[in-house]
Design a protein around this ligand. Structure first.
Ligand code: DC
Length: 237
């Protein structure tokens, strides 16, 4: 087993199940969960309080606002606090979701997020989900996974989560359009590392996804020398 904290990187497009999968994998492995998107959301939420017209936002202003955000360990996860207060509901709001891609395009904000996430991973073993974790933030991660799923299925899952009932085909079609638009906005930073294991979750349950990643993580961490690269064609995928 290698020494030092382990990093497991889980990347993929919007609504591919990254965050909930990462959270469960972290619990199973006794690692901390780090949702890197939550930091982009926190920066966006702060900026929305300062200025409600996103067209006028500048990188410098958004970066200055991040001083109000801290990223702290709490109950198995690193969570962003705004002015020292939990902000989860604010971060998931539709106004933040609509504008966060704009903030995620700002290089200075990306540097700030990457620094927070790396600090978390230096202190603890972590399961980090995002878009560029395996390529930019932790290119030496013990294990890299890239999750994909059919847009219709991603829309269906997201609506079930949000509405707590089965959505109509019409609702799924509308949500699919939104997801495809978000994919396009985030496409430049959503990159599969060449040494990532690709998992298509379209026909997998949440439990299956978690089991596969836990098995991959155990295979990597129990291998002599520890952090060697997992074969992208692994038959676990
Ligand atoms: O995963 P999410 O929906 O919470 O992500 C919010 C936004 O942040 C989305 O526009 C993608 C962006 N993001 C990113 O560019 N890089 C990351 N590592 C994580 C999220």
């Amino acid at each position: 087993m290698s020494s030092g904290p382990h990093v497991i990187a889980i990347d993929g497009p919007a609504a591919s199940g990254k965050s909930s999968t990462a959270q469960w994998v972290a619990r199973r492995l006794g690692h901390y969960h780090v949702d890197s998107g939550s930091l982009y959301r926190a920066a966006t939420a702060v900026q929305l309080e300062r200025d409600t017209d996103p067209e006028t936002w500048t990188e410098g202003e958004v970066l200055a606002g991040t001083r109000r955000v801290s990223f702290v360990p709490s109950e198995g996860a690193f969570v962003p606090l705004i002015d020292g207060e939990p902000a989860d509901e604010k971060l998931r709001g539709s106004e933040v979701t609509r504008n966060v891609s704009r903030v995620a395009k700002m290089p200075a904000v990306r540097n700030w997020v990457n620094e927070q996430v790396r600090l978390a991973g230096r202190a603890q073993s972590v399961v980090v989900d995002g878009r560029d974790i395996g390529t930019v933030v932790f290119p030496d991660a013990s294990l890299k996974v890239f999750l994909v799923a059919d847009p219709w299925e991603r829309a269906r899952r997201r609506l079930i989560q949000r509405l707590d009932r089965h959505p109509s085909d019409q609702e799924i079609a509308e949500e699919t359009d939104l997801i495809v638009q978000r994919d396009a906005k985030d496409s430049t930073q959503t990159v599969q590392a060449t040494d990532a294991v690709l998992i298509d979750t379209t026909y997998l349950t949440q439990e299956d996804q978690v089991e596969r990643i836990v098995a991959l993580a155990n295979a990597v961490t129990h291998r002599p020398g520890g952090t060697s690269v997992v074969d992208g064609d692994s038959d676990l995928t």
